[in-house]
Ligand binder design. Structure first.
Ligand code: RB5
Length: 149
């Protein structure tokens, strides 16, 4: 299961990604927003992230104007690794090396076809594990306050 959420500035990207997922028969939960009326991205980030950390979904796609604010909010939730991506390489590598569970996209940065492409790559690229597992574990240790230099 995939979770989607956006603020007003990311709403057009979210809707286009939904069309793509519908076409592929991929199930998703849409946590809003429902229009381009101004809203606060942190609320939508939190709602979507809790579905991931709670096990209701494996991954989330979050959209705001730049992808930055909503990713910052998402990364405050324990267990979330959210990556702002603006190109295909970033979307691929944040899965392969960072095991990101959230991609954040900017509706004022990338166009809709690019957003769909990045979402597709993000959803269909596996984590490589191996040496990257140790590094991702270090991120988790920082989050838990147990990282030792
Ligand atoms: C909303 O105007 C904008 O600030 C928001 O979508 C996002 O870009 C914040 O990082």
């Amino acid at each position: 299961m995939i979770v989607l959420a956006s603020d007003h500035a990311g709403f057009p990207l979210k809707e286009e990604i939904k069309v793509f997922l519908d076409g592929k028969g991929v199930e998703y939960i849409d946590c809003g927003t429902d229009s381009t009326a101004s809203v606060d991205y942190a609320k939508f980030a939190q709602t979507a992230c809790l579905k991931v950390t709670g096990g209701e979904a494996d991954k989330a796609i979050l959209c705001c104007g730049t992808g930055i604010g909503i990713s910052m909010a998402a990364n405050k939730v324990k267990g979330i690794r959210a990556a702002v991506c603006t190109n295909e390489f970033m979307a691929e590598m944040t899965r392969r090396h960072n095991n990101a569970n959230i991609i954040a996209l900017g509706g004022r940065i990338i166009d809709e076809p690019t957003a769909v492409k990045l979402a597709d790559i993000f959803l269909n690229t596996e984590f490589e594990g191996d040496r990257h597992t140790k590094r991702v574990d270090m991120i988790t240790a920082i989050e838990n306050g147990t990282f030792e230099l």
